[in-house]
Design a protein around this ligand. Structure first.
Ligand SMILES: NC(=O)c1ccc[n+]([C@@H]2O[C@H](COP(=O)([O-])OP(=O)(O)OC[C@H]3O[C@@H](n4cnc5c(N)ncnc54)[C@H](OP(=O)(O)O)[C@@H]3O)[C@@H](O)[C@H]2O)c1
Length: 282
């Protein structure tokens, strides 16, 4: 099983995404069950953001984790770019901590680049770290030029992850961003690893090569997508599901080892990029 080390902590490589969760009262019990099942089945990392449902996702996560030991979890949240200033970031962070019912985050991410200078955001994040409110910080939706700019700033070496969109149908980062992250030993958090359940036209589900690889492992195509997303190590993948059955299925994907031949077979339908691609964002 591939593992991922973030901020010196070895984590189970499949975490729980939570976008769109906590927004519909009718789904609340089912979503709480999905998150709790995920933790019981081995998930450690939970990914949320102040943006998700305007705090509704953080509230749901806060409720779901109440009966678990805080030290067994790795909580990730994100600050809006317009709140990433020295003045606003501490306020956003306190609000996130309150909604999550915790006194610290394991990782706090700048959700995407904005108008606040990155040097100021880093200063605010470092201050939050010294105050014990976050253990570490990272960035999200940073392309090569954003990382290069960041690495010119003081304390930038403390950046612990870059969270970007990555799935078999969208491999753009492999051209230049991923090599840069590997050079900098910056772990990847892969978001939308299921391509939002193959929402865009079903191009993944239609692939006979993907179906065949899934058949070889007696797995679903979604499990293969997750195993593929973490195949190189140094990656945490964060599929989202509001259904306990799907969460169980997703976490079991950590046991699937794809062979070199299978990876090459998937390359046939979904080739590696050979030119620079604009970073995909949702
Ligand atoms: N940093 C960023 O800017 C950013 C952007 C987007 C997402 N994210 C993070 O990444 C997480 C994952 O991305 P995402 O939610 O956009 O997309 P995703 O994880 O690729 O796909 C989520 C969809 O897949 C379905 N699903 C999950 N497991 C399944 C299974 N085993 N079989 C069939 N369907 C399944 C879910 O529906 P069911 O509920 O029916 O299972 C949901 O509709 C987010 O929740 C969020 O935490 C971050």
């Amino acid at each position: 099983m591939s593992t991922v080390k973030i901020n010196q902590q070895k984590l189970f490589p499949i975490g729980l995404g939570t976008w769109h969760m906590g927004e519909d009262a009718a789904k609340k019990e089912q979503e709480l069950e999905a998150l709790r099942t995920g933790i019981e089945q081995g998930a450690v990392a939970i990914d949320t953001a102040e943006m998700y449902g305007n705090g509704a996702s953080e509230l749901l996560v806060g409720e779901a984790i109440q009966s678990f030991k805080r030290e067994d979890l790795f909580l990730i949240s994100k600050v809006y770019p317009w709140n990433a200033s020295k003045k606003q970031l501490p306020i956003s962070l306190d609000n996130s901590l309150k909604r999550l019912g915790t006194d610290h985050l394991d990782l706090y991410l700048l959700h995407w680049t904005g108008n606040v200078p990155i040097a100021e955001t880093i200063e605010a994040l470092e201050k939050a770290k010294k105050a014990g409110k976050i253990k570490a910080w990272g960035v999200s939706n940073f392309d090569v030029k954003d990382l290069q700019e960041m690495y010119q700033q003081k304390d930038s070496q403390n950046c612990q992850v870059n969270q970007v969109l990555y799935n078999l149908g969208d491999r753009g980062i492999e051209f230049d961003l991923l090599p840069l992250m590997q050079e900098k030993q910056l772990p990847l958090i892969a978001y939308a690893p299921l391509a939002e359940a193959d929402r865009l036209g079903g191009q993944l589900s239609a692939s006979s090569n993907l179906q065949e690889v899934a058949h070889n492992h007696q797995a679903t195509i979604f499990q293969i997508l997750l195993a593929w997303s973490i195949r190189q190590g140094q990656t945490l993948t964060i599929p989202q599901s509001g259904k306990a059955e799907h969460v169980k299925e997703n976490l079991q994907a950590a046991e699937i080892e794809l062979t070199k031949e299978e990876i090459a077979q998937l390359d046939k339908d979904f080739p590696k990029p050979t030119t620079k691609q604009t970073l995909s964002i949702i």
